[in-house]
Structure formats: C-alpha cells, structure tokens
Design a binder for this molecule. Structure first.
Ligand code: FE
Length: 194
C-alpha cells in the first residue's frame, strides 16, 4: 500500500472519531470502538515496515494518531523477544489488539485499596485478533510482554487520551508506585492518518 493513500488506519480514525464525537461513554467505546479495532487488526500490511521492526534494547511505542482534541490516541507497540513492560497503569480506558505474534498479559489489582499492596490476578495470552480492555473502572494495572521467545509481536493500542504524554504509574512487586510516562519512539516514517 502506498503510504500516501488512505488506508485502514484512516478509516479507523475517522470512524472512531465519529464515535467519540457522538459522546460515546466507556461502555459504548468498549462495545462499538472494540468492533472498529477488531476490524483494523483483522487487516495486515498497513503499517510501514519500519514501524514493525523491534528495537534490540526495549519495546517501542509508535504514535499513529492523536485526536486533535486529545480525546483518544492510536499507537503501535512492537516487542522483540524477551521484551516486556513493568507493572503499570493507564488512568484512562484502553484497548489492546494484537496484530502479529503473541502477547502475555498479567493482571494486577490492589489488595485492599488504591495505593495498597498489589495482588496478582488473571494471566492470559493474546493471539492476533484478540483484544484486551483496561480502565480504572474494570482493572487498570497489568504487565505485558512478548510471549514469543524468538519472534516479534505487534499490537495496536487505543487509549482515551494521548498515552505518550499521560502521567501514570509503574509499580514494583510490592505495589510501590513510581511516576511513569511512556513516550513515543522517535518516528521518521509517514503513516497514513497520522
Ligand atoms: Fe498497558
């Protein structure tokens, strides 16, 4: 696909924007927006090759689109073998859809109250086409890693804000929170609808 031609990401951003324009609440985002994300990750070949390449040092987050009003963002995360996030939260709703490879998700919750010790929850793997949901209302703390020992995994993320600048927290195993911002990777590749 020529990067200058409208592609699946353009359609997704337009339709997701219309959903947000309509004033969709979190439940509607998780119902209708999830269906839009499922449609996007059902297609492959629309991300420029340069954005599919893992960095040998760390997972990368590529900014694909940030709503001009900051109401949502779309990003791509690329994981090399053995790479993963710290335990972290998001502070906004989020949807994670796997495009390629396989991702492992470990959920955590506060044992008693916000700010208290963490307790481990469900552990599961996501295959291409699978979508995970996070938000402060349904569970917002997890750790994500590449489940492939020798391959690259790629996921498409949609958040209720500009995830590259949101101030949030990462946690140690004991639940101690540390301020955390996960900036976008430097990206010199034009992406449709960005
Ligand atoms: Fe996350």
């Amino acid at each position: 696909m020529n990067a200058r031609e409208p592609g699946p990401l353009d359609s997704f951003v337009r339709e997701f924007g219309a959903l947000v324009d309509r004033g969709a609440d979190e439940a509607a985002i998780f119902r209708e927006g999830r269906a839009l994300l499922a449609g996007l990750i059902a297609q492959d070949g629309w991300l420029p090759q340069a954005l599919l390449e893992p960095d040998p040092d760390s997972y990368r987050i590529h900014r694909l689109h940030v709503d001009p009003a900051g109401r949502f963002s779309v990003s791509a995360m690329v994981w090399g073998p053995g790479q993963g996030t710290p335990i972290h939260d998001h502070t906004v709703w989020g949807m994670v859809g796997v495009l390629r490879g396989r991702e492992r998700c470990e959920e955590f919750g506060h044992l008693l109250e916000p700010g208290g010790p963490l307790v481990a929850g469900d552990v599961h793997e996501l295959a291409p086409g699978d979508i995970d949901l996070v938000s402060p209302s349904i569970g917002d703390i997890h750790r994500v890693s590449n489940a492939l020992p020798d391959g690259t995994s790629v996921s498409i993320h949609v958040y209720g804000g500009d995830i590259g600048v949101i101030h949030r927290s990462r946690y140690d195993e004991a639940g101690k929170a540390t301020p955390f911002v996960s900036p976008y990777a430097a990206c010199l590749v034009p992406v449709p609808a960005s």
